[in-house]
Design a protein around this ligand. Structure first.
Ligand SMILES: NC(=O)CCC(=O)C(=O)O
Length: 292
């Protein structure tokens, strides 16, 4: 069997507390337990803001300078990736950057290779701004800046091409379409944290993005904490196959899952229902979409 046609992935769904150091320790310990149970793991995925309370007023206080590999979350993830020779899609960290004499904050996903190198990062492009009266009002744009670039990388001799989006990004099919058509992805990964009002959409988006791209989709969330003073995450980290079936799913409690992705399943789905080959780029005029 060609091992490059398989990719064994895991998701860690952990509880977020107000204590960043404690969150980092919990994550490291849980990743250790995971690797002990699933030693063949090649890629680990964490949830959005796994070390930071999800609250715009607290983002600055918990932010990190990612470029300095000494920042606590980056250091832990990089060392873990190196020690266990695995790739890590490090959920998200609130990134602090000096740009033109101004400090900006981004909701950023860092990716580490099996040598512990930070091979790239993706900054959330669509900031989560919603207002549902008597339910939830949240405005990431109060404190965060929006990213401007996609980020994709490959594993297993280029057989798996992996694109990154962050949570609210999954609501925008145009972004996934860019990943599909420009980066040729066959695995889309979204660290995210839906909430108790919009959580009903979470699994639907996993399915829809898998259908759009005929790719595997991974949604990775922090665990739900009903007593959180900040934001109650939905949980339900899940993996979808290119036919849009859920192949592995957690409930809302802390935990982890492992699953092996199969390149043949991707190729078979794309051959049987040739949606990607059938695209009519000669016909679509994307500039029309910009008109009000
Ligand atoms: N962290 C987020 O971007 C939350 C997105 C969300 O809950 C949604 O409904 O979309």
């Amino acid at each position: 069997m060609d091992q490059n046609k398989k990719l064994t992935v895991g998701i860690i769904q952990s509880k977020v507390t107000q204590n960043k150091q404690e969150n980092i320790e919990t994550m490291k310990k849980t990743m250790g337990e995971f690797i002990e149970k699933y030693p063949k793991t090649e890629l680990l995925v964490l949830g959005e803001c796994w070390g930071t309370p999800y609250n715009t007023k607290k983002f600055k206080q918990y932010s990190e300078n990612i470029e300095k590999q000494k920042s606590p979350s980056v250091k832990m993830l990089s060392e873990f990736a190196k020690n266990h020779e695995i790739y890590i899609i490090g959920g998200t960290i609130i990134e602090k950057v000096k740009e033109e004499n101004e400090t900006k904050l981004y909701n950023t996903c860092c990716v580490f290779d099996s040598k512990g190198e930070l091979i790239g990062k993706y900054r959330k492009i669509h900031l989560f701004n919603i207002d549902i009266p008597n339910k939830i009002t949240f405005k990431e744009s109060e404190t965060l800046s929006a990213g401007k670039k996609t980020f994709a990388f490959s594993m297993k001799n280029g057989n798996f091409k992996i694109g990154i989006g962050i949570c609210f990004d999954m609501r925008f099919p145009e972004l996934t379409a860019l990943y599909s058509h420009i980066h040729n992805i066959n695995l889309m990964v979204y660290p995210g944290a839906f909430n108790m009002t919009t959580g009903v959409h979470w699994g639907l988006y996993g399915k829809v993005r898998a259908l759009d791209t005929q790719s595997y989709v991974i949604l990775a969330s922090p665990a739900r904490d009903e007593n959180s003073p900040d934001y109650v995450a939905w949980g339900h980290s899940s993996i979808f196959d290119p036919f849009a079936s859920i192949v592995s799913e957690l409930d809302h409690n802390p935990g982890f899952i492992s699953y092996t992705l199969d390149l043949d399943v991707i190729l078979q789905t794309r051959q049987q229902i040739p949606v990607l080959k059938g695209k009519r780029f000669d016909f679509y005029d994307v500039s029309e979409l910009k008109k009000d």
